[in-house]
Design a protein around this ligand. Sequence first.
Ligand code: ATP
Ligand code: MG
Length: 405
Amino acid sequence: MKLHVPFALQELAKRIPSLYVVGGYVRNAVWRGDIAGTDVDVCGPLTPDEVRSALWDTHYLVLDVNPRIGTVLIKTPDGEYEYTTFRYDSYPIGGAHTPAEVRFVRTIEEDAGRRDFRMNAIYLSAATGEVVDPTGGVADIANRLVRTTRAPSLVFGEDGLRILRLVRFACEMGFAPDAETFETARNMRSQLEDISTERKTAEMERIMLSDTRYGEENAPVKGLQLLQALGCFPLLGLPDKEADLSACGRLPAVLSWRLVALLRALGVEDIRCLVGKGMRFPNYLVKEVSRLLGATRAPDENQPWLWMVEHAADIEAACIIWRAEGNGAYADLVEGEQALLKEKGVPWNYHGLPVTPEQIKEILPPHFVGEALTYLVVEGARRRVALSDEQCLLALAEFKELKKC
Ligand code: ATP
Ligand code: MG
């Protein structure tokens, strides 16, 4: 089998003997002939120092990435390539990901053994376009299978993150693990305990947005179902329970919305429950998901205006999430209330009130202003009338009385 090699890589191959492209670029070229959106990982038997000497009199730049494991970045006018020396890694006991010992090797066959999946260990000669496939990755792609390069117990035993990579590749591409890979990943899922929350979270985010990678339909739901079937939820801080996770697949690719749908399906009321247990999301995301978890609780049918005042900023997101879940009645209720308040000109936040904070300060002590504004908004929404100046003053008098201020 032969594949096209971009001109810049052919040029680089004139300087670096036995230069191969490997990983996502070759996998995707074999899979669908389309290499868009994939970085170009290259490799060969030369060590970083040997690469540097091979390129010393050219305009290519060679920057250190991780000299210990033989990785450098080669910058050319036409692109950047991460170069990794052929190597074999040996790992300490436990799935900690960091190799205890790295040994540079000279052959593709030896290098393939340290890679995770057969489809990720297909080598494309940059000089000739010839495909070298030491583990049978091309056949796996044809059969839509994800299989480990060596015995799955060895591959997952070395690095537990590979269990999440298995799920991610499977759902992104619409592939499935073969029975042995699946069973072993399931039995060895506790290897994920040794993986940092940051790395687990990064893979989880990619699984949640996996349909955006190659347009595979319903990919996030399939990924979540596979995670669940592998028993990985508790290792990510999620409850291990049967749940309908299909809402995620009906939502647009907005991570916070999909997380909200997942947590709601699993009955998790507070995203902070996950912190420290399995995943660690950035603060902005935790805040947004917390807010939306609050907003998507069932609105009170008898006083929907209360929901409007509390969650008006999230009306669009909440309605989209509810509809994806099949809770369209909540969305109808809230949107109906919004239309009613709009029609009557009733504001659901203090910007629409006829009094300003400055005016309120003349009547009340300054530290009561915020609370008084909320009181006016709630009063207007509850009565479903746009309060006049006069009604505002009366309501403020009531507030003053209530607070004894
Ligand atoms: P993508 O298109 O998502 O970038 P990729 O296969 O190129 O997919 P990378 O994370 O860029 O994935 O890694 C490049 C290659 O390095 C992989 O194809 C695989 O051969 C190897 N690799 C990366 N991470 C691991 C790992 N944790 N264990 C074993 N091999 C790995
Ligand atoms: Mg890559």
